[in-house]
Design a protein around this ligand. Structure first.
Ligand SMILES: Nc1ccn([C@@H]2O[C@H](COP(=O)(O)OP(=O)(O)OP(=O)(O)O)[C@@H](O)[C@H]2O)c(=O)n1
Ligand SMILES: C[C@](O)(CO)[C@H](O)COP(=O)(O)O
Length: 243
């Protein structure tokens, strides 16, 4: 496996659930756009990585100065997240080898730590199928009856929240996504496409504070998480990267 991973960052979403005046990746988070924060975390862990950044063709907010990587390219986003990832994999087809590691990370997850990123990368290197960060479900799970009442309490044993990054070898991931599209399999993350081939990606237990900014209150939480992480880690570059 090539030592320099490929990073695919889907950042072409509209942020409809956020309901802001611009896509959530361009909202300020502790003084910088969410996109800049997320890319800074990825760069901290993988300074030599090759980045594919999926952006909406009509994106009017992107600032190239927010990209800290030397080796990066812009790729047009697709209609859904999975289409953005497919576009990214197609864009690197001439440069990527089937055995190269590709880590896909939502731009909307700026609180991922360098430690989790490196552990995920190591798991991907060690596992022929691939791996994803995930965290065990901690709450009691209810199923509704479709009319606002509880139908059942579902067992939570063995249930995990899928996070990102999710990492796979280039050839397997491209094949899995193509097959999922051909068979009409619903794909909300990379792992589900690989699972549909009959494989079992490895679950790498990640931090619960690797939240996906989705709703307005998540932005407030993310700001608190970044502050707590910076206070915990004297060496965090986030302490000095507000410029
Ligand atoms: N067509 C799309 C849709 C989503 N994404 C990206 O996929 C990640 C996860 O998507 P989500 O959180 O659902 O983001 P949005 O699509 O922006 O949000 P919403 O569903 O509320 O509109 C985000 O980093 C988002 O930018 C993407 O690259 N291309
Ligand atoms: C990939 C993902 O972040 C895993 O939790 C998630 O599936 C993407 O979120 P979406 O709301 O389904 O786009």
């Amino acid at each position: 496996m090539n030592e320099r991973p490929w990073l695919v960052v889907p950042a072409a979403g509209k942020g409809r659930r956020m309901g802001a005046e611009r896509p959530k990746q361009y909202l300020p988070l502790a003084g910088r756009p969410v996109l800049a924060r997320t890319l800074a975390r990825l760069h901290q862990a993988f300074p030599d990585a090759r980045l594919c950044l999926c952006l909406d063709a009509e994106d009017a907010h992107f600032a190239p100065d927010d990209v800290p990587f030397a080796d990066w390219r812009r790729v047009p986003g697709g209609a859904e997240r999975v289409d953005s990832v497919v576009n990214a994999l197609a864009a690197i087809a001439n440069d990527a080898a089937d055995g190269d590691a590709v880590l896909v990370h939502d731009v909307a997850r700026p609180c991922v730590t360098a430690d989790d990123l490196r552990r995920l990368r190591a798991a991907v290197a060690a596992d022929p199928v691939g791996a994803l960060l995930a965290t065990p479900v901690a709450d009691t799970m209810k199923r509704d009856d479709g009319a606002g009442r509880v139908k059942a309490t579902e067992p939570r044993e063995g249930l995990w929240h899928a996070l990102t990054p999710q990492g796979f070898r280039y050839g397997l991931l491209r094949h899995a996504l193509a097959e999922a599209a051909r068979r009409g399999v619903a794909v909300t993350d990379e792992a589900s496409a690989v699972e549909a081939l009959g494989h079992s990606p490895r679950l790498v237990s990640g931090r619960r504070d690797n939240l996906k900014i989705t709703h307005p209150e998540d932005l407030v939480l993310a700001e608190l998480i970044l502050a707590a992480q910076a206070a915990r880690d004297d060496h965090s570059p986030d302490r000095n990267d507000n410029a």
